[in-house]
Each structure stands twice: as C-alpha cells, then as structure tokens.
Design a protein around this ligand. Sequence first.
Ligand SMILES: Cc1ncc(COP(=O)(O)O)c(C=O)c1O
Length: 401
Amino acid sequence: MKTTAALIETEHLLGAHNYKPLDVVLTRGEGVFVWDIEGNRYLDCLSAYSAVNQGHCHPMIFKAMMEQAQKLTLTSRAFRNDQLALFYEEVAALTGSHKVLPMNSGAEAVETAIKAVRKWGYEVKGVAADQAEIIVCSNNFHGRTIGIVGFSTDPDSHDGFGPFAPGFKIVPFGDIDAFRAAISENTVAFLVEPIQGEAGVIVPPAGYFAAVRELCTKHGITLVLDEIQTGLGRTGKLLAEEHEGIEADVTLIGKALSGGFYPVSAVLSNSEVLGVLKPGQHGSTFGGNPLACAIARAALKVLTEEGMIENSALMGERFMKGLTDIRSNIIKEVRGRGLMLAVELVPEAGGARKYCEALKARGILAKDTHGDTIRIAPPLVITATEVDWALEQFAAVLAST
Ligand SMILES: Cc1ncc(COP(=O)(O)O)c(C=O)c1O
C-alpha cells in the first residue's frame, strides 16, 4: 500500500493544483467521523462543504443506492424512468414547490436557473430581447462555470477567465438600498445566498430578506435563493428562507440532496418560471436519472425522518454557545446559524490555516476560508457529547496562543 507521503506526491505530480487540501488522506467514513490511511480518526467539521449533512455513508442511502444500481442506473431523459415522478412528488411535497428540474452539480442548477429566469423575463415579463438583467451580490459563491465566475467578485474565481457573459449587476450583500437602486425595468431576477457560505458564513442583517421579498414582488422580479449550501437542514431549518419568514420564487438545492453519494441538484420553482422551458431548450444526460432520484429520495427521507434538521438547530445552538464562551484574544467573531458556523480570527493571529492544522492534530478536520476564518459545519447527526469534545479541541487550539 502506498504511504501518505507517496499518495500526496503523486497527486502533486499528476493533478492540477486547483485545491490546497490539508495533508490528510482519507479512506473511510461513518457518521460524523472519517479515518485516514494510517488509521487516525477525525471528526469531520466540513461535511464535504455541506454535502454530507446526513453523515458519511448513511446505511439507508447506501441501501437505496445499491438496490437501484442493480436495477437501472441511467436511461437519459429520452425515455421515462420509474423513479423520477416519485422524486418530483416527494421534493415538491417537502418544499412546497410546483415544478422541479433535476440536474447534477450545484453550478448546473445555478446555470439552469439563470437560463429559466432570462426566458421568463422575455416571455412573461416582456423584457426586450437580450436585455435581461440579473442582480447578484458581491462576495457571492454560486459555482465555477464561466457563466457564474463572470459575476464573481473573488479575484481567484474571476480573474483570467474572461471574456464573460453580460447581464449581471453586482450589489453589496445585505444592503437593501443598493438592491433597490440597482432595479431597472429589465431586472428579471435577484440571485442570492440566504447566508453567504464560501464568503465566510456571512449572515445578513435582520429584515433584509423580508425587504428583498417585498421589492421583488413589487417590481416583478424573480427571487432566486441559492440554498445549495444553506438548504436541507444545514441552518437548523429545511430551507434557510424559513428563518427570514419568506418564500423564494426559485430555490436551488444540491450537495446534501444526495447525502454525499452522488452529484444531484435541483431547481425548484413556481409553475411560471420553469414553465417557460420547452422540449429541447435545456437538459443533461445524467439529470433526473433513476439512480440519482433513488438516492435523493432516500437522502431526503433520512434527513426528515431521523430528526436531523431539529438536531442541527439544537446542536448548532450548543456549538455556537460553546465557541462564544471560549476566552481567546485571537477570536474576532463567532457567527452562523444552525450547524453552519464560523470563527473569524483577528489578523494578528496569522491566518486560520495553522489553526486548522492544529485542530487536525487533535482529531478535527475544519477548513480555513478567506484567510482568517475557520468554517465549522459537521454532519447534522452530531451528538451533544461530540459537540462538547469538539469544543474542548477548539478551546485548546484557540486559547493556547
Ligand atoms: C451556495 C453555493 N452555490 C453553488 C455551489 C456550487 O456547487 P457545486 O460545487 O456542486 O457545483 C456551491 C458550492 O460550494 C455553493 O456553496
């Protein structure tokens, strides 16, 4: 068997260097834990960027995947399959959506929504051809396609990849006046994350989304909430929009829609927006395949039936309180909602990466983001004992400097 060092060396030699992972080579996962090839156990505080909300290798999702994989995996949408309608029915019932369009990655769901709201703008709102505008937020993260990175304000995501598609206006996140000022007769949609995840778990000011909802309704603007990271229990509710007391016109989900077994995403909407797409205007070879649908159905079932969303709210509160109670001169702020948490360090701390390395040595895998922030997002099945143990490790690492 190759050693940790040998595997890292091969990755370095043969792979594109588009990630800078912690030097831990994982081989097994179960619930909130993962193990490296040397047998060390870690509490996963990233959950594959919130794709593994249900915990690693959940046995019920695994069972659904195996049963479906033995029967039928892919038909393409040229033919129908017996899982798709059931997936539609269950997702629609759970989320109150009228139409569902299944895709694979999160970025594809975002691209799909952009296409749909533009077409809706021309056909329903009456915007002149090719004039549709979509408002987005600075520090957004919606994925990595050319269409999406064109309206990113993160230089790493954006710079050097142009030319980009026109039709996007960027406003500061959480600033309702800026949003109001950006609206024109050509505005077809506002695409926004309920909490900005990749930006460092940025929670908007109270009342922001209620005001956004009001303006969108008043001006005939489709409110598209990207819940790919915040959705499916991560913030302690099924969808983060529930914290704001609003309903989006279009909701994007992905990541935990498969519990980490397979890339599955979906665009959820009212009848009007997805209703504009006609045969031949959008598609994907793998989107809506029977294996993906069976996995997603099981992933949603365990998420709701095993109390994971409620546990996220409870354990999130416990984790947040414990982090807030840590006495440390290097903690600038603790923020988040449910089990979507972040600790921002003061600049003098010298960056979050070395603290993530120290946490790793104590059996916790967490991810630094944007230099000074440690992001904490364990699987939603974490117990109180595990939260308390994790807090001891965070306290030891953050208070020891
Ligand atoms: C809010 C949000 N949207 C979209 C994406 C893109 O998802 P994917 O990596 O599956 O394309 C992510 C991924 O981190 C995300 O956090």
